[in-house]
Design a protein around this ligand. Sequence first.
Ligand code: SF4
Ligand code: SF4
Length: 96
Amino acid sequence: MDTFTGMLEQMEKMSPSDRQKTMDLARGDCICGDCPTHDACMQVKEELLYCLTAKSACTVVKKACLCPNCPLTPRMGLSHAYYCARGSEKEIRKIV
Ligand code: SF4
Ligand code: SF4
């Protein structure tokens, strides 16, 4: 089992409040806010943490992606980028 699927299993076993706490902590570490692709629409909607949630509701114009440099990438075992345009790691991997 890789780091990401292990992390998913751990989160599934958590209580809803612990899961929410984990998501809140991860959101605090997300560096999307510093990314040139993160535009005014995304800021107004207060979007972050696309890798664990879903793609942006805004029209994404790709400029660069900071995900490979994000602390969550090694911690969560993420292996993709441009989650705002592509959807979550789970969606990209087609894990249901
Ligand atoms: S990997 Fe990308 S989308 Fe996920 S928390 Fe980090 S910067 Fe945000
Ligand atoms: S997912 Fe990647 S491209 Fe999109 S805003 Fe976050 S760091 Fe930038």
